[in-house]
Design a protein around this ligand. Sequence first.
Ligand SMILES: [Mg+2]
Length: 258
Amino acid sequence: MKNFKNFILDLDGVLYLLNTPIPGGREFVAFLRERGQNIAFLSNNTFLTRAEYTEKLNKMGISARAEEIVTSAFVAARYLSQLQPLARVYVIGETGLKQEMVHSGLRVVTRGSADFVVVGLDRKFTFQKMKKALTLLMQGAQFIGTNPDPTYPTHDGLLPGAGAIIASIEVCSGKKAHVVGKPFPFILNFLLELRGFVPEETVIIGDRLDTDIALGNNCGVFSVLVLTGIAREEDVEKATVRPNLVVKNLFEFQEILS
Ligand SMILES: [Mg+2]
């Protein structure tokens, strides 16, 4: 345990639930800072930009810098700008996703042709948007998905997630999206390279077996499941995806590390 230098933390279900901080998160990040550990925040969520996530965390008393935050929107934008600088992108998603595209120098278009169709969670998704995506894909645009999450948890219950929107477009177009987010290794490999983290010295902490823990296991990164979000103790027994460690909350993990 003592050899770990890098800690990658998921956000929803680990540090907060929507806008409510989860007890132990602030203390855990402060504990890591005190020890001079490297920290990264990794989320599939595309509602906000990196700057906005930084602000959200800081308001909760959790110290974070924008360079430490990696979202599937940020990774998709960086990836596309490397593939084709100044590309035209048609985005199905919310402001966080569109802003990251613009920050990476891509041109977000609503009319005419596009080089890429980028799809994330869009709470204003319509038949018209699906049709536009279909048309562009038939014209040869490349299909990128932010994350495959089937649902998104809120206090009002589950919302359909980005994965559901991506799937609808896959069905009508007959094309498979290249999905960059968790649990696909692309996002974690991107983060490891960006920060110069060695997998053997790195821990990933998350609340979902099917994304966070599967991702850690896929990339040779030590995986820690924290039971403050989606996964429950009984899920761990049934699951085929096994975390390296299960903790009730971040207080418990902090104790183990100290
Ligand atoms: Mg989570």
